[in-house]
Design a protein around this ligand. Structure first.
Ligand SMILES: O=P(O)(O)OC[C@@H](O)[C@@H](O)c1c[nH]c2ccccc12
Length: 199
């Protein structure tokens, strides 16, 4: 009820986050585009230079324009819900606007599609968005198949600094963590604790 995205984002920024994702989907996640803008504005007015990701179900070029207009540096593109052509188009559109796309996959086949589409940031989501089942080994199965030039992000279900360290050891450049921070009283402290394992 008292979810305050700006306060949480500032706490994360102070605690060493290298980027922030803001949910903008109102229907399933209670997020909004104004939340995104509020976070970006709060960063800009404090001189905080961290990328902000629009985390949503993006399927239409208008949503990419919206992301840009509301201050996003990156958009999330979920391979499973996009046709190949659309994926390529949305990645290109993001780049034309000076943004980048984090292209999210949940299988080897989806990963191949993401790479064929020319992604620079690959997100390996442990959570199956259809069933919400978690497969924490997916990141290790896919790790060896990701080309070096692609930035690798392991997503979802990471609960401890140890999990995070494991992702680093597998060659992941970053992790996307939500729940295990947000369910604590002090998300920033939880992040700091995570980072002690990998710093
Ligand atoms: O809360 P978690 O398990 O730490 O997961 C974070 C992030 O990966 C997850 O929120 C996410 C990844 N892709 C998504 C797409 C839509 C909604 C949410 C997501």
């Amino acid at each position: 009820m008292d979810y305050d995205p700006v306060a949480i984002a500032l706490e994360y920024a102070e605690s060493g986050a290298s980027g922030i994702s803001v949910l903008t989907d109102p229907r399933f996640f209670g997020g909004s585009l104004p939340d995104l803008l509020a976070v970006k504005s709060a960063f800009l007015s404090r001189g905080i230079v961290l990328p902000v990701l629009r985390k949503d179900f993006i399927i239409d070029p208008r949503q990419v324009d919206e992301a840009f207009l509301f201050g996003a540096d990156m958009i999330l593109l979920i391979v499973r819900i996009l046709a190949d052509k659309t994926l390529v188009k949305l990645i290109e559109q993001a780049r034309e606007l000076g943004m980048e796309a984090l292209v999210e996959v949940h299988s080897e086949t989806e990963m191949k599609r993401a790479l064929d589409a020319g992604c620079s940031f690959l997100g390996v989501n442990h959570r199956d968005l259809d069933t919400l089942q978690m497969d924490l080994d997916l990141s290790s199965r896919l790790a060896g198949m990701i080309p070096d030039h692609v930035i690798r992000i392991a997503e979802s279900g990471l609960k401890t600094g140890r999990d995070c360290l494991r992702m680093a050891e597998l060659g992941y450049d970053g992790v996307l963590v939500g729940e295990s921070f947000l369910t604590t009283a002090h998300p920033g402290l939880a992040l700091k604790d995570f980072l002690t394992y990998v710093d």
